[in-house]
Design a protein around this ligand. Sequence first.
Ligand code: ADP
Length: 695
Amino acid sequence: MGLAVGDQVAAPLGPRTVRGVVTELRDGHGVNRPLKPLAGRLADPPLPPNTLRFVEWAAAYACEPPGEALALALRGLRVSPPAPERRVQLTGKPPARATAARDRVLQVAVEAMRASLLAAEARVSTGVVKGLLDEGVLKIVQVAVPIAFSPPDPERSSATLNPSQAAAAAAIGGLIAKGGFQVALLDGVTGSGKTEVYLEAVAAALKIDPAAQVLVLLPEIALTQAVLARFEQRFGAAPAEWHSGVSAPRRRRVWEAVATGQCRIVVGARSALFLPFAQLRLVVVDEEHDGAFKQEDGFVYHARDFAVARARIEGAAVVLASATPSLETIWNAQAGRYAWLRLSARHGAARLPEMQLIDLRAEPPERGRWMSPALVGSVARGLARGEQSLLFLNRRGYAPLVLCRACGERMSAPDTDSWLVEHRYSGRLVCHLTGFSMKKPDACPHCAAKDSLTSIGPGVERLEEEARELFPDARVAVFSSDTVMDAEAARRLVARMAEGEIDILVATQAAAKGHNFPGLTLVGVIDADLGLKGGDLRAAERTFQLLAQVAGRAGRADKPGRAMIQTYMPEHAVMQALAAGDRDGFLAAEGEMRELSGLPPYGRLAAVILSSLDGARLEAFARELISAAPVAEGVDVYGPADAPLALVRGRRRKRLLVRAERRVNLQAYIGAWRARVKVPNAVRMNVDVDPYSFL
Ligand code: ADP
């Protein structure tokens, strides 16, 4: 068959034929089983060698079989290619009889065209075309529809960069010109023009190599459509999008165009990392600190870390951009492994917002309300001046808890350890973990008391209700994943906000990311303490990042902005750092704590999650697993313990945690450990290398 590494093939597997990729060619010598011949080579483009190497690396890193990572890389090929189109083409035979209409057809038909298009362009009836077909002057041909990706023009309309932007862009340009693997941290305050700078980095990569491809990763692309528009403006062509909202046929086209090098810029969510780039020269990870880059289900990986790994394999440059870089990235920059480029001021006349803590113990909201008097006053003054406010509460729905006043019963999910969240728009109680939902009952399901169910605590829907009551003349809108379901809805809402058609935007973190609202001058954080509960190792870091980002939406144009942060813990290090604008001090203190306890980035972590419908089997296997843990220097294994989420969809869950010194090969340790046990069929075992969720 003349196969090469990377070729896609149809391979017999038991009774089925499956898609496979050639990873190695051997002559079969020394194989002690008869090998079945392949069913054939597929017409799809082969996987480029570096994509294959990345896939193999990714599987080994995540402690998964290579096929799992390969499946991610081939995800774009789930649907068949679009059917070829029937077109007509000249055969070379002269027509028996010439007419003016027929002459026009012969002149227009220089290439294969759809019959209807040919007729229209030659200004003849389709009967004329059909006559020529019958006569054998034209013939029908099947043509694969070409993939049209307009090439980006790096010379088109660039912004005039301010001096610090220009310095950062020049530094990145230098790295790209030098070639090979390098990483730059673009560390710039919110509104400093990081996007402008990385657009120039993209242009530099495109200019230096006519075949260069660029990948830009965004944490939640459906919510940040504005970035796509900026690409289109800068390069005169829309980049290819890659995320779950893109249709399957469209994805196949993007996949093929990336593999063949026709598509030069991809803007995508984390899974775009697995696309088969022919010539990847630059990867940009925007908002690199964002937790959404961690894929938690199925094949578990962190897209920022994997982007760096992919670039190393491809010999490409990486730009990590953020106003609140992760501790891991700062640590790499401090050690000199990453070039550290700073933008310390907002562009133009815009200034960073003034930060104000509101101590809820001293200034509590009125009974039944969630906004303190100081925040209410500021929103009112903003309204009077025609300015916009954003009220931030990172909780979907109306109320996070519903309980019975008569018997105290808390409404919880039937098969999962979680309270049901009340959603008023839909009139349902929803489990945010599994999506389970039920109609809100009229009577308590426990004690049957009528009308006794009370909503406890606020969600965005309830906050919207409060805003409407307090400011009946204001135009109020809600931005959460329940009200903004797709890219189009997000684009419309963001556009309305940007054009000043909304006075008060009540939002979850969906609105905290990357948006530019010129008229927004006030950000009110309703419950700053929300993310600090629970013993997550990154709780403080994440809270700092989220609040700094959401505060950073205020005052991005000429009018000064302000963020008011409601908290019961104004003395907490996170709140103090936010108020003082002391990010670096905060990160240094966090880093010291991590170093003392040997936690990332100073040590390595992997979680082992066991789950089963059968509690006794789970218990027994967890004990067997811990006693089988190899003893190794620099490695500690903790657990098994009931997971904080001890029951999900009827499955009991237990966790173990491996902590290792940096020099330890964690994957080899886990491999050796796994080889010592046999996981029973009733138990599922998942390994999460570099865990971000500890639930
Ligand atoms: P960041 O990504 O750092 O939050 P942006 O790139 O979105 O910042 O820039 C913030 C705002 O300032 C945007 O509206 C952007 O168009 C504008 N801006 C930034 N730099 C420039 C520049 N050099 N020239 C013109 N406008 C700029």
